[in-house]
Design a protein around this ligand. Structure first.
Ligand code: UD1
Ligand code: CA
Length: 462
């Protein structure tokens, strides 16, 4: 049987009270809709259709050609959203997994189990349900005395007896394409919201076809995200789930409730992560690395035995055995070699360093190509910006840059160069050279009394 997917993602998400469309809202820095499309890709569903409407360009910009699009110009309800895809899907033989665009945690194995149950039971419509202690806001599943589902009642349309029902509609269905999509135009909007409810299809389908249910074992996977509180809940479940996977896989996490690891992050066994650390994007952390506390890493590669604490690392790479922090900032493709030390209050931007290089305190290295065994004295700055353009600094191997040096780019410093502390270097320094660029000291004896009130020196210090 061919398998298709249809995601309803045209709504604004009014309850979010945010400007961006709900399905584009990020959870662990990744848009909700991207989770869903990712689950379908993993489940091997080839044809994915996305119903878009409100700010559709934002959604399309995220998903690009990973799905096909159907536009719902006016948001008249979930049934109306699905109807927009009926001309296409009613002609495709097979089953379609229909789901709302705001259920990010329904992972691919559950999707496959739902498809399998639908096919094995020979259903024409399978409604995916969950049991919630607090079912408020969800549609309730109504069953007859034989235990068969008869219909779904939305929260707004439910009476007090129905509101007590804890079995809810997850908004997820698998349907037989021809049967379901050819009946869809029979929906009406006689309900509290005055919308076309896809949930009314249960009663319609039951008249002629086989309707069954599938109940998820872990209700968290089916939670809908309607407001920012539910965003925080989804994030919490996802965080716990991801952290558990890593810990079982040999990653040591101290106080894991304060550690946030994104969905695409790869962490090798033997890594230790300290509290208040967030690792997101396409980050890879190799064995033996120690990360945190209080560290943010995004889209970066951290090699074996690197040690990063109290620091920010964005779109960068940290070599083997390198230490970063406390309070360092690597960004925009800072590529740090092995055995480096990037210490207190050091910022590195769009620069590379060779192995065994050190910038231990208070330095800015930007747009630089730095060799190995270089030593940056405290307070060294690559002066890369003239107000209009960024310029490059090149530094060879074994250069020793004295404290408080300004390297005015564009500039090239050769191998084995020594630069005296306090220099403002404006010209290239060839290999093996020594440069000093500061005014000579003038010392006037017995002159300080003109500038400050002298204190009485003790006899023995005169
Ligand atoms: C829906 C279900 C409810 C279920 C819940 C599960 C209906 C009528 N109700 O309620 O039974 O318990 O999901 O999470 O289906 N959308 C469109 N076009 C529209 C309206 C909605 O594309 O015209 C999309 C939204 O972008 C959203 C999804 O459909 O991604 C669900 O809409 P939402 O308003 O969140 O439905 P719920 O009230 O949560
Ligand atoms: Ca919803």
């Amino acid at each position: 049987m061919n398998r298709y997917a249809l995601v309803l993602a045209a709504g604004k998400g009014t309850r979010m009270k945010t400007e961006i469309p709900k399905v584009a809202f990020p959870i662990l820095k990744k848009p909700i809709i991207e989770y869903i499309i990712g689950h379908f890709e993993k489940a091997g569903i080839d044809e994915k259709y996305l119903v878009v409407g409100y700010k559709k360009e934002v959604v399309q910009d995220i998903i690009k050609d990973r799905a096909k699009y159907v536009v719902q110009e006016e948001q008249l309800g979930t049934g109306h959203a699905a109807l927009q895809a009926a001309p296409i899907l009613s002609k495709l033989e097979g089953n379609t997994f229909i789901m709302p665009g705001d259920v990010p945690l329904i992972w691919y194995k559950e999707i496959l189990r739902i498809f399998e149950t639908h096919e094995e039971n020979g259903n024409d419509l399978t409604v995916v349900t969950a049991i919630y202690d607090d079912p408020e806001g969800y549609g309730r599943i109504i069953r007859n005395q034989q235990g068969q589902i008869t219909h779904i009642v939305e929260e707004k349309d439910a009476n007090s007896y129905e509101k007590e029902i804890k079995e809810i509609n997850t908004g997820i269905y698998v349907v037989n394409n021809q049967k379901f999509f050819n009946l869809l135009d029979q929906l009406d909007k006689n309900n509290a919201k005055g919308e076309y409810y896809i949930t009314d299809m249960i009663a319609l389908m039951r008249k002629e076809y086989k309707v069954g249910t599938y109940t998820v074992k872990n209700p968290n996977v089916a939670m809908g995200v309607n407001d920012l509180y539910q965003v925080s809940l989804a994030e919490k479940y996802l965080r716990q789930y991801i952290n558990k996977e890593h810990m079982v896989n040999g990653v040591n996490m101290l106080n894991p409730d304060t550690i946030t690891i994104g969905h695409n992050v790869i962490i090798e066994p033997g890594v230790t992560i300290y509290p208040n650390t967030t690792i997101t994007g396409n980050t890879v952390i190799k064995a033996g690395a120690i990360i945190g506390p209080n560290t943010e890493i995004h889209n970066s590669r951290i090699h074996s035995n690197a040690h990063i604490r109290h620091s920010l690392v964005y779109d960068s790479e940290v070599g083997e055995n390198t230490t970063v922090g406390p309070f360092a900032h690597l960004r925009e493709h800072a590529v740090i070699g092995a055995n480096n030390r990037i210490g207190n209050f050091v910022e590195v931007k769009k620069s590379t360093t060779g192995d065994d290089t050190k910038a231990s305190h208070l330095a800015y290295i930007g747009d630089a190509e730095v060799g190995s065994h270089v030593n940056f004295g405290c307070g060294t700055i690559t002066v890369n910006y003239d107000g209009k353009t960024k310029h490059k600094t090149k530094i060879g191997d074994y250069a020793f840059i004295g404290c408080n040096t300004n390297l005015i780019a564009p500039i090239e410093i050769g191998d084995n160069v020594f630069i005296a502390a306090g220099s403002t270097v404006t010209k290239n320094v060839p290999s093996n050279g020594f440069a000093i660029a500061r005014s000579r000291q003038v010392t006037k004896s017995d002159y300080a009394k003109y500038l400050i009130k002298p204190i009485e020196l003790k006899e023995e210090n005169k």
